[in-house]
Design a protein around this ligand. Sequence first.
Ligand SMILES: Cc1cc2nc3c(=O)[nH]c(=O)nc-3n(C[C@H](O)[C@H](O)[C@H](O)COP(=O)(O)OP(=O)(O)OC[C@H]3O[C@@H](n4cnc5c(N)ncnc54)[C@H](O)[C@@H]3O)c2cc1C
Length: 420
Amino acid sequence: MAGMDLGVGSPAARIERAEVVIVGARVAGAATAAHLARSGHDVVMLDRADFPSDTISTHVIARSGMVQLDRLGVIDELVKRGTPPLRRVEFSSGLGLLSRDLKDRYGIDFLLAPRRYVLDDVLQGAALAAGARLRTGVSVDEVVRDSTGRVVGVRGHDESGPVEVLGRHVVGADGLNSRVARSVAAPLTVERESSGAAQYAYLAGEWEAIEYYLTDGVFAGVFPTNAAEACVWVITSESVARRYRREHLGADGAFAALLEEHVPELAARVRPRSQSTPVRGMLRMPNHFRRPYGPGWSLVGDAGYHRDAITGHGISDAVRDAELLADSLDSSLRCPPMEASALAAYELARDRMAAPIFETTVALAALPDQETFVGLQRGLAAQIDVMAEELFRRPLPRTSGALLTTTTPERQPAVSGATT
Ligand SMILES: Cc1cc2nc3c(=O)[nH]c(=O)nc-3n(C[C@H](O)[C@H](O)[C@H](O)COP(=O)(O)OP(=O)(O)OC[C@H]3O[C@@H](n4cnc5c(N)ncnc54)[C@H](O)[C@@H]3O)c2cc1C
């Protein structure tokens, strides 16, 4: 079994300890750490990346995710860091142009699409302010188990050599290719076809609204973000994305050609603007759930549940599940015999809340005809509202009176994360 150990503590490794060890410190890990630390737990986040840094994402946040960011108390800080509030949504398709202003519901009257070097930094700031610790440059290789097979920590390395971080519970918040999930052999519980590809770049200029463009087989859009730029993106099937990359000698040529040929009105607006990054993206986006817990471990965010980016709901899923998991973990850490039932409740709640949007995501990712696509989008808007309302009405997580300030020093972004 991966990670099986005859004893805890390799002779050569430095040993560190915390009550809860969280692998991954972006949206899922930092939000989980913030909730747990506010409940009085001793938490350390480990990440191999340096922060603040970007990762692959077009990063618009749905109303459901905004409700969660509001519960975490970080929205003002995101706006203060220059993330523009987005109050208008435009949707252009063969059926016409729909334009609407965002309604004020569940305490939210604008959306945000913060660059990840801002969002992840602000969430980490919230966790640090509540007392959590962050260790960067630590690459986790596997979990450590005791003689009963229970997970009691992780083993990895940093620039000084091997390190083991031991704790009462290990959370894998380490993304789609989660080492923790692999090391505990967390099984897939639901798996659907993965056919979608998303590519994007940052374009300078004033962009005011969230814009969507639908043509046959192509979905594109604009998310205004920090630094007076917009994330301009295009989604196609994986096979179309790969064909364009072959025919246009790489990602930048493929991106420009897809916009020119399929969304000329957007291409015309993009052409004169300067592009500040190379095109990035993901050419195959899996749709699956994993079993998110076992003795001494749990998974949150993309590590436990991944869906195509077409619905732009991954960040919202991650911050929702961070609170659901933190609630369950708080109970189980206070009363260890409750561990299995508390974590089973987390899985049930996650799956119940995620399922409707998951089904819509899988249907949209197949890029059906425009009429069907627009109908699914209407259904998605209703599903997001149902989730936002349920999250809004949940009792706030228990706090131990920890600090709720989220201000962290301004730092310059680095770029990390694989590009395709
Ligand atoms: C192309 C694309 C566009 C998207 N657009 C949107 C969108 O518009 N809106 C939206 O809501 N969602 C979007 N998503 C989804 C969203 O980006 C993810 O759901 C979100 O990033 C998940 O956060 P996470 O914290 O679970 O994982 P991640 O953001 O992947 O963070 C995982 C962290 O774990 C660390 N890590 C991994 N392995 C190790 C290890 N072995 N040791 C130490 N550290 C490790 C990594 O360094 C990383 O910092 C998009 C995704 C893609 C691919």
